[in-house]
Write a protein that binds this ligand. Structure first.
Ligand code: SAM
Length: 218
């Protein structure tokens, strides 16, 4: 495929993504265009292609006030070595960023290191490597969430903090959700894997501050 052809298709696909914001897109045409763009092939069904496409406008998709609220709640972790799972193009504190979308990672300017990988699989980090782990607007997209939580416990230092934040992002992303537990159910899941959990709600967002009290079972 010629470079010019790919660039033209990419531009048309971008224009479609902008129209998508206003509900004026032609989805059939966009699916066809996506097939011609290497990083968007299979969009919107393919998960990585879907999130790659979200990357271009992701920083603006969440209101500034919400970002600022979350940043304030996470800032206490700033002095340690933090891993941000499903970091997307926006990490709230300086972190090792982990995501399966290379496009998302490319736009993230708050990472000390960027790691491409899948949250459904064993994480590529040594035991007890991190002082803290964060996951903001992520766990509702993970099938293997119990396994992932055990992985978080494995790579966290003992008494390390895991902070999970959940809440509505917007309707377009809902198509990628694979679970939709409410806050009470999530708290039970976190306790079941052995975290000590403090839960609170602010402005409709759920914050789960978890401490890795027990030794990892892995
Ligand atoms: C809703 S965005 C949240 C991004 C960021 N945490 C924020 O607060 O803006 C979800 C992110 O999770 C990533 N993600 C979803 N499923 C994933 C998986 N199985 N493995 C790795 N990353 C995944 C997506 O690429 C996307 O960047």
């Amino acid at each position: 495929m010629g470079l010019d052809f790919e660039i033209d298709s990419e531009t048309d696909f971008f224009n479609g993504l902008i129209e998508l914001q206003y509900g004026q897109e032609d989805l059939i045409e966009m699916k066809k265009l996506a097939q011609k763009v290497s990083w968007a092939k299979g969009w919107p069904v393919d998960n990585i292609a879907f999130w790659n496409a979200e990357a271009f406008m992701w920083q603006q998709k969440i209101e500034k006030e919400k970002r600022e609220l979350i940043r304030r709640e996470l800032v206490f972790l700033e002095s340690g070595n933090n891993l941000d799972l499903g970091c997307g193009s926006y990490s709230y504190i300086k972190s090792v960023g982990f995501d399966f979308s290379e496009k998302m990672l490319k736009f993230n300017d708050n990472c000390s290191e960027k790691v491409v990988g899948n949250l459904e699989e064993k994480l590529p980090f040594d035991n007890f490597r991190f002082d803290s782990v964060t996951a903001v607007f992520v766990f509702n997209y993970v099938n293997n969430y119990e396994f992932l939580l055990l992985e978080v416990k494995r790579i966290l230092k003992q008494n390390g903090d895991f902070v999970m934040v959940l809440g509505n992002v917007n309707d377009w992303q809902k198509q990628k959700e694979v679970n939709s537990f409410d806050f009470v159910e999530w708290e039970k899941v976190l306790k079941k894997v052995g975290f000590n959990v403090e839960f609170y709600e602010k402005e409709g967002l759920g914050f789960f501050r978890c401490i890795n009290m027990l030794k990892s079972r892995n």
